[in-house]
Design a protein around this ligand. Structure first.
Ligand SMILES: C[S@@+](CC[C@H](N)C(=O)[O-])C[C@H]1O[C@@H](n2cnc3c(N)ncnc32)[C@H](O)[C@@H]1O
Length: 380
């Protein structure tokens, strides 16, 4: 029996081909946003990280504040609505949910069977212990969504990464310290939708992937023909995304990798007058930008969507929001999305992303495991 936690790879400053990871810089605005209204909104300000009690006596340098603009008052009819919409990810040869129950899930990721905590799995396991006991990797420890823990490898000690492919894109599955494995397979429902839109648009679409993590969505969009801007606060995650790009020999695809606080980035894009045809936003409940900027979903989501609306192009295709582990109904983000998209036409559809159990061989449809809430505005 082996057990291991993996150290983070060194933070890359430039890519294999010498291109730097983009640190996006402010530019002079091209055009200003529409007239704001005086609506209460919690200021989105850059905060300096709190000094630790035991830290050496060095005054923390206060970070400059990024003033948030007020929310717009949106006029016009709300978009049509479709609720509830349950987007289901079924099993494939590369990924499937084999079974779940008793607070855990058993999944196949490429060659490996992996057991992880799953708070939604209140029911009993369908399959016998003899199947679960054959797992290649188990995550033990904190059962919180982002809790720390460690990986155990009951058969043989495995490496940190392994090759996988979804929607024609190569990437690394990865044992991370936060029990995640480098991809959120339920996002396949959004990614297939986006791929189809990009492939059938008849023009090169501009896609913005906010909170983009290991970049699989960015690679799917770029390989379908989009020009992609990928934003994530984690230098490590951007490094993994670049590794995925290289693994799939996609280095020439037009992707800007930007290590920045998502809110700061979109505020600047708004001031610049930049526009995107599709925006994906997959924010955590709580996160930090690279300079200690604080992201709180309940405080900052309304302004984030408001700004995203402003940077949608006149012929925009969609704005897709996913929300994990929050105490809210999909109606919360659905109604927010409809208010934000007043006057834009189209439809807002909202509900849950679920993964269907499909058994050891992928042939036996079982229970639906809920993973997250989503709301998306689609132009048609
Ligand atoms: C749930 S993951 C996104 C998963 C991704 N959409 C996917 O399916 O592959 C959340 C990501 O948000 C990033 N993040 C957290 N706070 C952030 C912030 N303030 N600005 C930008 N990215 C942030 C984290 O580094 C992490 O990669």
């Amino acid at each position: 029996m082996g057990a291991a936690c993996f150290p983070a790879p060194p933070a890359p400053h430039s890519t294999d081909d010498g291109r730097p990871i983009v640190k996006d810089r402010p530019r002079r605005p091209k055009s200003g946003p529409a007239a704001p209204v005086k609506a209460p909104v919690k200021a989105y300000v850059q905060k300096a990280p709190a000094a630790k009690a035991s830290a050496p006596k060095k005054e923390p340098r206060p970070a400059p504040e990024t003033p948030a603009r007020p929310l717009m008052r949106r006029e016009g009819d709300k978009p049509a609505e479709r609720v509830p919409v349950i987007l289901e990810t079924a099993g494939s040869d590369q990924y499937r949910l084999i079974d779940s129950g008793a607070g855990e899930k058993l999944e196949q990721y490429g060659p490996y069977r992996i057991v992880r905590p799953e708070a939604q799995a209140l029911w009993q396991r369908s399959l016998p212990d003899s199947v679960w006991d054959k797992a290649d990797a188990l995550f033990t420890g904190d059962t919180d969504e982002d809790g720390m823990g460690r990986w155990k490898f009951p058969k043989v000690l495995l490496g940190e990464t392994w090759p996988m492919q979804l929607l024609g894109v190569d990437f690394h599955g990865r044992f991370t310290a936060f029990r995640h494995v480098g991809v959120f397979p339920e996002q396949l429902a959004h990614w297939s939708w986006m791929k189809e839109k990009v492939e059938t648009a008849g023009r090169p679409l501009k896609v913005l992937n906010l909170f983009g993590y290991t970049g699989v969505a960015s690679l799917v969009a770029a390989s379908a023909g989009a020009e992609v801007t990928h934003v994530d606060a984690s230098r490590k995650a951007i490094g993994w995304a670049r590794e995925n790009q290289t693994l799939g020999r996609m280095d020439k695809l037009p992707i800007r990798w930007i290590c920045e606080d998502a809110m700061k980035f979109i505020q600047r894009e708004e001031r610049r007058g930049s526009k995107y045809d599709i925006i994906l936003a997959d924010p955590p409940k709580f996160g930090r930008g690279p300079n200690g900027e604080v992201w709180h979903l309940f405080d900052h989501l309304p302004l984030m969507l408001d700004i995203c609306r402003e940077i949608l192009s006149p012929k925009a295709i969609g704005l897709v929001l996913t929300a994990y582990s929050i105490r809210a109904s999909f109606y919360s983000i659905h109604e927010l999305m409809r208010e934000t998209m007043r006057g834009a036409g189209g439809t807002v559809e909202s509900g849950e992303l679920v993964i269907r159990e499909s058994g050891p061989d992928g042939r036996n449809a079982g229970r639906a495991l809920s993973t997250s809430l989503f709301s998306r505005w689609i132009s048609a």
